[in-house]
Design a protein around this ligand. Structure first.
Ligand code: ZN
Length: 285
């Protein structure tokens, strides 16, 4: 599943192709979207803004409507010039938004909803901007309060709760725990307020570093910018712990552990020496 940094970059690219331009074509295989278009035609409207909120991508139209999409595992947005050959079969097309210069195609986008300002504000699944770790409106204090409300859950699980803080996916989860020295299997109740703030600040810092203009598509938390252009084939090369089971910790040399975590059995990586449990207990990896 794409993490928040991927959706952020997609929103930025779509924004450059669509924002401020008049829509000349709209098609979708989803009846609810075409019905919305029948009632309030999108042709002639402008795209006013494209934004990411966690793993959701929102396209705001000048007529007041908002198209909200979620990629889950399969979906992607592509941008083409008119006449350019698509990189996926037409059968995968779910949504097309055209203007005079670009064609934006949503392929296999599994979740797509049209919202009014009111239904968007009332929607409980789509995070508000201030919950999105990559948003300028992000409210870190409120995120810390939401995090600390999950005292009996493990840190590694709660970091993935999009209603606590939107944008962190499974790779960043392990990396954020490592850079803060927190054991992902430690419960939130064991955190001090300062440590909770530190986790949130680290999430924001790592994700933000991965949406800079010159960031590549793969996540980088370790090694700095120079490594970004190389080692494309091995994602673990640019990370502290994720994907590095059995390899030496980049800080202390201890072997990195791996274990499935939480109700969804998501994979978690950590260094037992750099990220000890507060009570000194050992977690099997
Ligand atoms: Zn270590």
């Amino acid at each position: 599943m794409p993490e928040g940094d991927t959706i952020f970059r997609t929103a930025r690219a779509l924004g450059r192709a669509l924002v401020g331009r008049s829509i000349t074509g709209f098609r979708s295989t989803y009846p609810l979207l075409t019905r919305f278009d029948d009632d309030t035609p999108l042709i002639g409207q402008l795209v006013e803004r494209v934004e990411s909120r966690g793993k959701w991508l929102l396209i705001h139209f000048s007529g007041g409507g908002t198209l909200a999409t979620h990629m889950l595992m399969s979906g992607s947005w592509h941008i083409y010039r008119p006449g350019e050959r698509w990189q996926q079969p037409r059968a995968n097309m779910r949504i097309v938004i055209e203007n005079s210069e670009y064609i934006a195609v949503g392929f296999r986008v599994p979740v797509a909803e049209m919202h009014t300002a009111l239904s968007l504000a009332r929607n409980r699944k789509i995070p508000r901007s201030e919950m999105d770790v990559l948003s300028e409106a992000f409210d870190a204090d409120a995120a810390a309060r939401r995090l600390l409300a999950h005292g009996d859950e493990e840190i590694g699980d709660v970091l993935l709760h999009q209603e606590v803080m939107a944008g962190v996916g499974n790779v960043f989860k392990s990396e954020v725990c490592f850079v803060t020295g927190m054991n992902p299997f430690c419960t939130v109740a064991a955190l001090t307020a300062e440590q909770a703030d530190g986790l949130i600040a680290a999430a924001r810092r790592l994700l933000t570093a991965n949406v800079l203009e010159d960031s590549g598509d793969s996540i980088v938390t370790y090694g700095g910018r120079k490594r970004r252009t190389t080692h494309e084939s091995d994602p673990g090369e640019s990370l502290w712990v994720y994907g590095r089971k059995g390899e030496p910790c980049r800080r202390c040399g201890e072997l990195i552990r791996r274990r499935l975590q939480g109700p969804d059995a998501r994979v978690t990586f950590w260094c037992p020496r750099c990220q000890p449990m507060p009570d000194g207990s050992e977690i099997d990896g």
